[in-house]
Design a protein. Structure first.
Length: 179
């Protein structure tokens, strides 16, 4: 999952870099408070974005990936009065979900870091970048959608023939909406 703060530049200009940083810290603390409930791991924070991962196997519940996003947004909404008082805004996040194999490797000499490489990350990032275009808060890949069990609390609207930067073939993605 690529989870990115919506309108981050506008918010940062409005409230200043210090308050913006404090707001992000608060958002990510709230996110961190629920990730274990959904068996997720935070791979990394990149600016105003969090990249979450799950180890997928036969016992995995992919529905948890979708539910985590909506639980996080509900937490932010629940604390909206506090956010308005402190930061004069209510943060909203947009996200994408995709799945597949990744390569994990150690890079660097002076500063080392474990990093993930692979098409999965590139595709997830490309899909997340389309949230504004499709006026969506959560977009998922066809690959991810095809593995989901029926989820009664959500509507899935297909968007077909989507071109992703760097990809030769178009794909289908799904806009996920809480009922």
């Amino acid at each position: 999952m690529f989870l990115d703060l919506s309108s981050s530049t506008t918010i940062a200009e409005k409230i200043g870099h210090l308050k913006f940083s404090l707001m992000l810290q608060e958002c990510f603390q709230k996110l961190s408070s629920i990730i274990l409930d959904y068996e997720a791991e935070i791979y990394q924070f990149v600016g105003d974005e969090a990249v979450l991962t799950w180890k997928i196997n036969q016992r995995s519940n992919l529905e948890d990936c979708v539910s985590l996003y909506f639980h996080f947004t509900q937490i932010l909404i629940h604390h909206k009065d506090q956010f308005i008082k402190k930061y004069d805004c209510v943060p909203q996040f947009k996200a994408s979900l995709h799945m597949g194999k990744v390569t994990m490797t150690l890079v660097g000499d002076i500063k080392t870091e474990i990093v993930f490489h692979g098409d999965v990350l590139n595709t997830a990032a490309r899909i997340q970048s389309l949230c504004n275009l499709y006026k969506s808060h959560l977009l998922i890949s066809n690959t991810f959608y095809s593995k989901l069990k029926k989820m009664e609390n959500y509507n899935f609207h297909s968007i077909q023939n989507v071109s992703l930067t760097g990809k030769k073939q178009t794909t289908t993605i799904y806009n996920v909406i809480l009922k």
